[in-house]
Design a protein around this ligand. Structure first.
Ligand SMILES: Cc1cc2nc3c(=O)[nH]c(=O)nc-3n(C[C@H](O)[C@H](O)[C@H](O)COP(=O)(O)O)c2cc1C
Length: 340
């Protein structure tokens, strides 16, 4: 089932604010939070999407014939394609009741694992969101990445203990989450973390043999701090525009971050990536893999696990087409000269 089919099946089933648009570009959901929109005037999700569209692929079909392979390695694990399913916390609060966070996480974790991809799970004020996600991941032998919010160090410590016990592929923290409007003034509080605190968290993960990822880096300065803290990977992300209005698109900051810290850690990126050509653009700018979030919610609400698998297959096909047309037999061959 391709994305167009699952998004048309999802129409009218996605709560008040998501319109299951054929292309998820941030325009219809605007600034609706709760809902899948962006903060403030709601401009950043649109900016993320538009930034990829403004980059052109450079064709080169004068080379030996090859069948492109989009297999890759992320944090030492092989993936069938450089695409992971991004985390969504509190699914029914933002998208209505067809799925809740547990049923949604179950669908993305299972479908991603069978397709050779990886799903990330979210966190929220309701502590059971995380524990239930961990139970599902445990059933799949740890195939997934739990994302912990930057709560107080005591709360993080408890959540880390639970997360590390199931030996997930990695543990992530959305370090930008303090900006979420619905977390302000709530219990437990979420806030900024210092390099020293992040170093403690990274060490705890490493002692358990688990990589630690920071999600929500938007500057070379932030990326250097992540390197200092000893993290294994970062996600260049502005949380889909949900944590601060007026920030750049992720595609605008990725090249400088990749050039400054690309040899120190793995770099992933998200925000408005919707098709194989966008994945190609992100890899050409220096990412090793991407996360896609909102469209997988639509694919799930419309087509269940079949919708998720179909969208992943579509992304792989589109990416391979770009690779063959631009002269890149493997994802490692995709480079900056293939974009203008
Ligand atoms: C409704 C909703 C809930 C989200 N919940 C989380 C979360 O719990 N943890 C997290 O790290 N990111 C969360 N995100 C951010 C996404 O993982 C992702 O960074 C962002 O949506 C950009 O990707 P996209 O443009 O492909 O949607 C959420 C996004 C949405 C729309």
């Amino acid at each position: 089932m391709d994305y167009q089919s699952s998004s048309s099946l999802a129409h009218g089933q996605m709560g008040e604010w998501c319109k299951a648009c054929p292309v998820c570009n941030g325009r219809a959901c605007g600034a609706h939070i709760p809902g899948p929109g962006a903060k403030g005037q709601g401009t950043v999700a649109v900016r993320n999407y538009d930034a990829w569209q403004n980059m052109r692929l450079v064709m080169d079909t004068i080379h030996d014939e090859f069948a492109a392979s989009c297999e890759t390695t992320v944090l030492g694990r092989s993936l069938a394609l450089p695409v992971m399913i991004g985390p969504v916390g509190d699914v029914n609060r933002h998208y209505g009741d067809k799925y809740n966070t547990v049923t949604y996480n179950g669908a993305i974790l299972r479908a991603a694992s069978s397709a050779g991809s990886l799903a990330w799970t979210g966190d929220g004020l309701d502590g059971t969101i995380m524990t239930k996600a961990l139970t599902l991941m445990d059933e799949l032998g740890g195939q997934g990445i739990p994302t912990i919010k930057p709560w107080s160090m005591d709360v993080i410590s408890e959540k880390l203990e639970d997360a590390l016990a199931i030996r997930p592929v990695a543990v992530a923290m959305d370090i930008d989450a303090a900006g979420l409007p619905f977390l302000r003034g709530q219990q437990p509080p979420a806030g900024a973390k210092s390099v020293r605190q992040l170093r403690q968290i990274a060490k705890r993960c490493h002692d358990a043999g688990t990589p630690f990822i920071l999600k929500g880096i938007m500057s070379a300065r932030g990326a250097h701090k992540a390197v200092d803290a000893g993290v294994d990977a970062i996600v260049v992300s502005n949380h889909g525009g949900r944590v601060l209005d007026g920030v750049p698109a992720t595609a605008e900051v990725l090249p400088q971050i990749a050039s400054e810290v690309g040899s120190d850690l793995q770099i992933f990126v998200d925000g408005g990536i919707r098709c194989g050509a966008d994945v190609f653009r992100a890899l050409a700018l220096g990412a090793s893999a991407v996360l896609i979030c909102r469209p997988f919610v639509v694919a799930t609400f419309g087509g269940g696990e079949e919708g998720i698998a179909g969208y992943l297959e579509q992304l792989a096909r589109e990416l391979m087409d770009c690779m063959e047309m631009c002269g890149a037999p493997t994802v490692a061959d995709i480079d900056r000269d293939m974009l203008m």
